[in-house]
Write a new protein. Structure first.
Length: 141
């Protein structure tokens, strides 16, 4: 089992959470659970409704969209973080290449953290706005 300080390091690497204070990250870490899945396990499946996010602590996973590999996740990387906000359908399938240890944060637990710390929502909105601007820049120049 990874240490709580390791959990904080991994959470801080996620773009959505990068502007958060250590105290805010501790609240999120406390609301998450550590799981271990064997190689071949599907963390998320394209088209399924999202209800949680995963942060890889140890191991690797393949990200595939419409059956085509589009990336690989490793320690400190996350999948499904937007599902914490909108419960929308998954845009890719993520399959563990190796045994994988991950933090799982459910949308319900995340909502509880947001209610407990309203200022956290403002920080997250700023991060999302930055992501939208970056995507806009990439698409439209």
């Amino acid at each position: 089992m990874a240490t709580r300080s390791k959990h904080l390091e991994h959470l801080a690497e996620i773009p959505l959470f990068s502007a958060l204070s250590k105290k805010d990250l501790q609240r999120i870490a406390k609301a998450s659970n550590e799981i271990t899945l064997p190689a071949g396990s599907v963390l998320v499946d394209q088209g399924d409704m999202g209800r949680e996010a995963f942060v890889v602590i140890d191991g690797t996973a393949t990200v595939a969209r419409n059956g085509r590999k589009v990336g690989t996740l490793g320690p400190g990387e996350a999948v499904g973080e937007l599902a914490l906000l909108d419960h929308g359908p998954r845009t890719a399938r993520v399959t563990a290449d190796t045994d994988i240890t991950a933090l799982v944060l459910s949308a319900r637990e995340f909502a509880g953290v947001i209610e407990e710390v309203p200022g956290l929502a403002h920080k997250l909105l700023g991060q999302l706005a930055g992501r939208v601007r970056e995507l806009d820049r990439q698409i439209y120049g």
